[in-house]
Design a protein around this ligand. Structure first.
Ligand SMILES: Cc1cc2nc3c(=O)[nH]c(=O)nc-3n(C[C@H](O)[C@H](O)[C@H](O)COP(=O)(O)O)c2cc1C
Length: 410
């Protein structure tokens, strides 16, 4: 864990049941050497006392904009200027709504508006609340405003009758590492050209019909966005999709596998890291009809020919430092993915099975197993696609670091 010495972390705690977990967050940040100051909302006092946070942070806790226990009349401005990062954890639905419209009706929302520091928001709530359209719209708005969201995870919710669902605060270690990324490693891919392929391909049958698959591009878009946030120069080459185009990336659209191959080959020469998530069709119709195929009596057979294996072709000449493939398998996943790993000369492969709960094509989550060249098999818990993207990029860094180690003297 990277140290956070000389880093000033302000934490706003709003009134959710997960507020008790923020005590551990404060402790972990203190252990890493950060200076931590906490502000709590009026309702947070119903869950955890200010005394607990004051003891753990070793700093006075702000409980109100006007409570009089501040060190000066403008504590919100002072804290807003002091902090290198402002973390709201947990963030209630109530807070998200107020922050999304720019309200400044308590200490936390006022400080949020007054700060120029990086802001990390960690929502946590009951799954029905989290899935409400209005909450999701507020999240989208906050992201557009430049705030970073640590998305809640799937898991056991606070009360036993709720069972499992979305809305649970992520493990504190994940929040700590996101804070570290924001403070220390935002540019850990600076100077690297990353190519991400995403989405499905379409193979035309005639002018009005094509063959495709269920890929939506969400995993590739998440990788492109996270790589850009971490300082990379990103080229996103994508098949047809309905997603918002990520900011700050070179965005190239393709339809067929042949088009993808041409565009990728054109971009590849100065590429450092290749992340191939596109669901590329293995076959295409032998002939593309000039006119619409007319219905006739009886059976119809479509003759197909093989498309090039783009990743295997690039693997043969591999000049980029890291090649990562994504494998989608519905049976014998690890065995099949391991075969692909060596056949395509990859550094590691990310395996997922769309039949597993939480790993569906169009969803915002994924359940993946990372298999590396040295035979390590690491099955990760269900995560948002953004979290998977961070994890994949962390692995890429390991590969780069291992590659730059001098060889041991023989
Ligand atoms: C027992 C209890 C648990 C609650 N847990 C949550 C929660 O996990 N997430 C949430 O968004 N709201 C939760 N609420 C509702 C908030 O406390 C309420 O919306 C409050 O107005 C939030 O105020 P604040 O955002 O200023 O802290 C809970 C309420 C109660 C009574």
């Amino acid at each position: 864990m990277s140290a956070l010495v000389a880093q000033n972390v302000a934490i706003g705690v709003t009134g959710g049941i997960a507020a008790y977990k923020t005590c551990t967050l404060v402790r972990e940040l203190k252990k890493l050497g950060a200076d931590v100051r906490v502000a709590i909302s009026e309702s947070t006092r119903e869950f955890v006392t200010d005394l607990t946070f004051a003891t753990l942070s070793e700093n006075p806790v702000v409980t109100s904009l006007f409570s009089g226990n501040e060190t000066s009349g403008t504590t919100h401005i002072e804290m807003a200027r002091w902090c290198n990062i402002f973390v709201v954890c947990p963030a209630t639905a109530h807070f998200l709504a107020r922050a999304a419209v720019g309200m400044a009706n308590d200490f936390i929302t006022t400080t949020l508006l007054a700060t120029r520091a990086k802001v990390l928001i960690c929502p946590a709530m009951n799954s029905v609340m989290w899935e409400k359209q209005v909450v999701q719209e507020n999240i989208k708005k906050l992201q557009q405003l430049g705030y970073e969201i640590v998305e809640p995870e799937w898991g056991a919710l606070a009360t036993s009758d709720e069972g499992e669902g979305w809305g649970r605060l992520p493990e504190i270690q994940n929040i700590v590492s996101r804070i570290q990324h924001c403070l220390l490693a935002t540019d850990d891919f600076k100077g690297q050209k990353v190519i991400v392929s995403a989405g499905p391909t379409r193979e035309a049958i005639d002018p009005v019909r094509f063959l495709t698959n269920y890929s939506t591009g969400k995993m590739g878009f998440a990788l492109a966005e996270v790589a850009r946030q971490r300082g990379a120069e990103v080229v996103l080459i994508t098949g047809p999709n309905h997603l918002d185009k990520p900011n700050g990336v070179k965005y190239l659209e393709i339809e067929s596998a042949a088009e993808l191959q041409a565009v990728i080959t054109n971009e590849y020469d100065d590429c450092d890291i290749l992340l191939m998530t596109a669901a590329v069709s293995d076959y295409r119709p032998r002939v593309v009809l000039k006119h619409k195929l007319k219905k006739k009596a009886g059976e119809f057979q479509l003759q197909m020919v093989r498309n090039a294996d783009i990743l295997a072709e690039l693997g043969k000449k591999k000049t980029a430092e890291v090649h990562v493939g994504f494998a989608l398998e519905t049976e014998s996943g690890i065995a099949n993915a391991t075969k692909k790993l060596s056949a395509k000369n990859l550094d590691f492969i990310v395996l997922n099975n769309p039949l597993e709960p939480g790993a569906a094509f169009a969803g915002d989550t994924n359940v993946v197993t990372i298999i590396s060249k040295d035979g390590l098999v690491d099955t990760l818990p269900k995560m948002s696609k953004k979290e998977v993207a961070h994890t994949v990029l962390d692995r890429v860094l390991h590969v780069l670091e291992a590659g730059s180690q001098p060889l041991a003297a023989g």
